[in-house]
Design a protein around this ligand. Structure first.
Ligand code: ATP
Ligand code: MG
Length: 264
């Protein structure tokens, strides 16, 4: 059965979409079957995974509002082992309708379960908007665990408590099994003293939640995204590509620990 992880942040532009695409590619490179799901109304994930020439007429927003079959929304990508569900053509009215229908929080979860989509993949990674509304709530409810993306700078770091409050509320009220798999520090530059210090504070405050692997600020990552390619396929030897491979490995190791804890 596939593992479902939502990637969250309270702040925009910290690299959620980048992480979903590149972590997905790192799992795919290890031979795992991956589905990337976009629930961000910006609908930009499909561009970053190379489908910029495609006409997108359906997507995850249809799942949240009506009954659709998997084959109507799941798209192949140019990359082996990676498929995607875009969010679809999202109008402001549609976005408003979805984010105001809070009783539908388990729709995405049920769809992934009942259609059997969950069983077809090793990993389902969900890209979310930088707001905590019922769209993001649906993504969290559908997930086994979440990962939080931050930049190593004080302003970004101050948004973390709000993320944990949001997750605690969902865990208490809707999804007792919810876990935080880890915090991903993105756009890290070890030459910038402020970043080094902030990362240290983060590790002191959140103990072992931040992953040891930090994703470096690497122009190859931004360039690859603009070309619609994961950095692993664009520049396989780059620092960015190496970091995403290491992060995938670290996630696997954490999953093993979690499973052992559960078995005990
Ligand atoms: N490690 C990195 N090194 C260099 N550039 C990066 C890195 N991570 C992300 N970027 C760039 O930063 C920008 C924002 O990244 P991205 O779109 O993934 O953020 P996001 O959190 O999904 O944003 P939003 O909240 O708007 O959805 C992009 O142009 C991306 O290419
Ligand atoms: Mg994004």
């Amino acid at each position: 059965m596939g593992k479902i992880y939502a990637i969250l942040s309270k702040k925009g532009g910290v690299g959620k979409t980048t992480v979903v695409i590149n972590l997905g590619a790192a799992f795919a490179e290890r031979g795992q079957k991956v589905l990337l799901v976009d629930v961000d109304p910006q609908n930009s994930l499909y561009l970053g995974i190379g489908l910029y020439k495609e006409r997108i007429d359906r997507g995850s927003f249809d799942i949240l509002l009506k009954n659709v079959k998997p084959e109507e929304v799941i798209r192949e990508t140019p990359y082996r082992n990676i498929e995607v569900i875009p969010s679809g053509p999202v109008t402001p009215y549609l976005e408003w309708r979805i984010s105001s229908v809070s009783k539908n929080l388990d729709r995405l979860k049920n769809w992934l379960d009942y259609t059997g989509v969950k069983d077809r993949y090793d990993y389902i990674l969900i890209d979310t908007p930088p707001t905590f509304n019922s769209i993001t709530g649906s993504a969290v409810v559908a997930s086994d665990a979440v990962m939080i993306t931050v930049q190593s700078e004080p302003l970004a770091y101050r948004t973390l408590p709000a993320v944990f409050v949001f997750l605690r509320d969902i865990k208490e009220k809707l999804k007792p099994s919810l876990r935080v798999l880890g915090i991903i520090i993105n756009m890290y530059d070890g030459r910038e003293e402020l970043m080094v210090q902030t990362a240290r504070v983060l590790e002191e405050k959140y103990k072992n939640i931040p992953f040891k692997t930090r994703i470096p600020k690497d122009l190859n990552i931004a360039e690859a995204l603009a070309y619609g390619k994961p950095v692993i396929f664009h520049e396989p030897g780059s620092a960015g590509a190496r970091a995403f491979r290491l992060l995938a490995k670290e996630i696997k190791a954490r999953e093993t620990v979690l499973e052992q804890v559960i078995k005990r």
